[in-house]
Design a binder for this molecule. Structure first.
Ligand code: FHN
Length: 441
């Protein structure tokens, strides 16, 4: 019987690894590994959901035809005049938070383009503000050394040729022409790639029947032909498993996109959790913001699972990022300025994310992130085949530890070094690879 159990375990591991490999098994859709490593090493980015809808404080795209009548929503651009928009301030806020890349909604489901696109007048050039938001932001990102990326919604509830209506849109679908819409979309994407040099294409809105797998494959190929260094998420195609965000095998996309949740422990497959700092993606007056502790724990648990965190802010109608949101990000940045070494360029650690911990690793070092400060000491299981040489507080003193038969007892000071999350540095006798992950009780 034991023999059969072993065989079934080996088979299931083989199938899982094959499935992971099949992620990139479609010819011509292989991920650019150099671009992927650069992105994974960054671990932390800023998501920005913004547009004329900030004038109403309702959700971008989704409030068109629901909380805001379509006629009203579609004319908001005529009032949009964010005179206090300052790209340098936005980028500086991201940098101070420890964020290494920015992804902004260039066109959300409402069809409004934040740049002067050649193929539509429903764009920033038709607003009282008139200036090119994307040009200012992309130039400032390059100036400050932040990677510039762009969100683009495949679905477009405003465009007459997009063949799915939403929010009680009375316009007939008959006469709409998805092929014409796809040409429009390709032209816009070509602008984002060639004129704004986006490095990450963050697609969304792939779930409706107007879009299909064949078009997803074609679009991925097209974008990579324009720039082979591009990184493209899995929402370009139809393989996303709901809000879990990971892909079924055989679909295009370089990374999975769990949404509003921390992705599962998955060191072998690239993924990024996109999560709002408040409740709403676009700016909402008096939105309930996550605490700084929640934000830091989210970052740590995401990195501990081998993923990136794309944390979303929604700028206000006048172009400023709300002070509350900026203040929270500044606090996160203070933590990262002390503990960032345990996040950037790290991999998922051997101690899986749990209620009170996470871990990341680099070579022979494990960073044990303590979300709650244990009382006096902690016991850690041995890592089979590895010898623990040294334990210390990150940026701090060495700690005594006592080896038992299959575990080690680490003495801890009474006071947690950091009120949000404290980090231990565990030095082993050799680089850790292929360690079986352990769940700490
Ligand atoms: O419908 C959008 C939503 O507005 C938001 O942009 C998120 C961000 O990932 N994506 C879609 C919902 O999955």
């Amino acid at each position: 019987m034991k023999k059969y159990i072993c065989i079934s375990i080996i088979l299931s591991i083989l199938i899982l690894s094959l499935d992971a490999q099949q992620e990139n098994s479609i010819p011509g859709l292989e991920t650019n590994q150099e671009a992927l490593k650069k992105w994974q090493d960054m671990r932390f980015g800023m998501f920005i959901h913004w547009g004329p809808v900030s004038l109403r404080g309702t959700e971008i795209g989704w409030s068109r035809g629901t909380h805001v009548p379509i006629q009203d929503y579609d004319n908001l651009y005529k009032e949009f005049n964010p005179l206090l928009f300052n790209a340098a301030e936005w980028v500086a806020t991201a940098k101070e938070a420890g964020m290494k890349y920015i992804i902004i909604t260039t066109k959300h489901h409402d069809g409004f383009s934040l740049w002067p696109t050649d193929v539509s007048d429903y764009d920033i050039s038709s607003t009282p503000y008139g200036k090119d938001i994307l040009r200012q932001l992309s130039d400032e990102c390059r100036k400050q050394g932040i990677v510039f990326g762009t969100y683009y919604s495949i679905l477009d509830w405003h465009h007459p040729d997009y063949t799915t209506r939403y929010g009680g849109d009375p316009r007939p679908v008959e006469g709409s022409d998805m092929n014409k819409y796809i040409d429009y979309m390709y032209h816009q994407l070509n602008e984002l790639i060639t004129e704004y040099q986006t490095e990450i294409l963050w697609f969304d809105g792939e779930w409706e029947d107007s879009w299909n797998h064949e078009e997803g494959i074609k679009l991925y190929r097209y974008c990579r032909e324009q720039n082979n260094n591009l990184l493209i998420n899995n929402r370009v195609d139809k393989g996303r498993k709901g809000m879990q965000g990971m892909s079924k095998s055989g679909f295009a996309g370089d990374f999975g996109t769990p949404e509003q949740e921390i992705g599962n422990y998955n060191p072998g497959i690239p993924w990024e959790s996109c999560i709002t700092i408040g409740k709403q993606w676009a700016w909402k007056p008096n939105d309930q913001l996550k605490s700084v502790k929640q934000l830091i724990h989210t970052l740590v648990l995401t990195a501990g699972g081998g993923g990136n965190l794309l944390l979303n802010v929604g700028p206000m109608m006048d172009g400023r990022i709300e002070q509350r949101q900026a203040d929270s990000l500044k606090e996160v940045g203070k933590w990262i300025s002390k503990y960032g070494e345990s996040i950037y360029e790290s991999k998922a650690g051997p101690f899986m994310p749990g209620k009170w911990n996470a871990s990341t690793m680099k070579e022979n070092i494990v960073y044990l992130q303590l979300l709650k400060w244990p009382d006096g000491s902690i016991r850690l299981p041995d890592l089979q085949g590895y010898r623990l040489k040294k334990v210390s507080l990150m940026n701090g003193v060495g700690l005594d530890f006592e080896k038992g038969k299959k575990e080690v007892l680490i003495e801890l000071p009474d006071q947690a070094p950091n009120p949000y999350c404290s980090t231990l540095v565990l030095e082993y006798n050799k680089p850790l690879s292929g360690v079986n992950p352990i769940e700490l009780k």
